[in-house]
Design a protein around this ligand. Sequence first.
Ligand code: PLP
Length: 375
Amino acid sequence: MTYLDYAATAPVRPEITRRLVELCEQPLGNPSSLHRAGRRARMVIEHARQRCAELLGAKVEEIVFCSGATEADNLALLGYTSHADCQHHRLIVSTIEHAAVFETAKRQEQLGRQVEWVGVDDQGRVRLEELEERLTDGPPALVSVMGVNNEVGVRQPVLEIGRMCREHGALYHTDAVQDPTVLIDLIAENLVDLACLSGHKLGGLPGGILYVRQGIPLNPMVVGGSQEDGRRAGTSEVLRAESLALSLACPRPDVVECRNILEEVLGEIPGAVLLGKQAKRADHISSWLFAGLSAEPVLVALDMKGICASSGSACSSHSVEPSRVVKEMGYPDDQASGLVRFSFGWKSGKTKTREAAETIKSVVLHLMNKEKRCR
Ligand code: PLP
């Protein structure tokens, strides 16, 4: 099998599995319990929080552990805007956000909140002039623009956006799931207020971190006990916290050569379009449209050859709906349903990637010829 779907979920790293198994071999109590097993669990969580804070350049109190980045994104937007001390009631959101942000903002809009949308150009880059215009006019806003788009891998100019937000008195939330270094850079420059990360994209278990800059008020969305400093109720998850700290500490894999090999081979397919080719892109994502083909038959044929790829967002991979992101980049519906995403990570290697790229090319050419004969 050649796994090319790291942007959806990375395989768990063996050193993380080993450490988590080791932790389970001794009794772990409820971290809120006073006895030794509870104290042990609490110590693991708080040590993990400390390591996450150090790795991100944040303060310990700024780290909230969640079930995943979806919950963290929801908590960022809803937890802040629902708080009595919220000063930024207007949302400005890019149209290419992951569903965790996009659907949250849409729901808020339906409930009557002022939500403004900022579009992208044909390369998937957020229109900064449009964002600045919106920031200049109107009440204080909470801006949400992601670091790296999960469907096409295009990087957004987060430092510039953070500066723009500071200049205009706006708050900045960023979804840094596809590249945690985005968040490290923003924290170092004090240009971000809320942000999220996801463990299963980094070789750990599912689990999320919400970064909340000190002083930003937040209502819990999961209500109950006072865990996570009153910002997220529910028994704290020891293994999740440890896994997040371990996965964040792993070196980011250098996969640019794998991506280049794939792009060199797939670039030989007539009519193939590499999405966001002229933009700055993350090294681990390569997304394509293959002339006349929708994604599903390509993915099924690749799976039969042992290659795991995806149609962009894993959350909508069971539907035949065209990609919202590709449509926002100006492609019509029939082309937007053709998005095929390949993504790389810690186990990717050059030899296997070259072999897979040749297989992908022959599968696509075969399907294209079949399609032509049927017309
Ligand atoms: N944000 C982005 C950019 C993502 O790629 C994903 C997962 O695909 C999420 C949020 C949701 O993360 P999780 O699976 O941890 O809820």
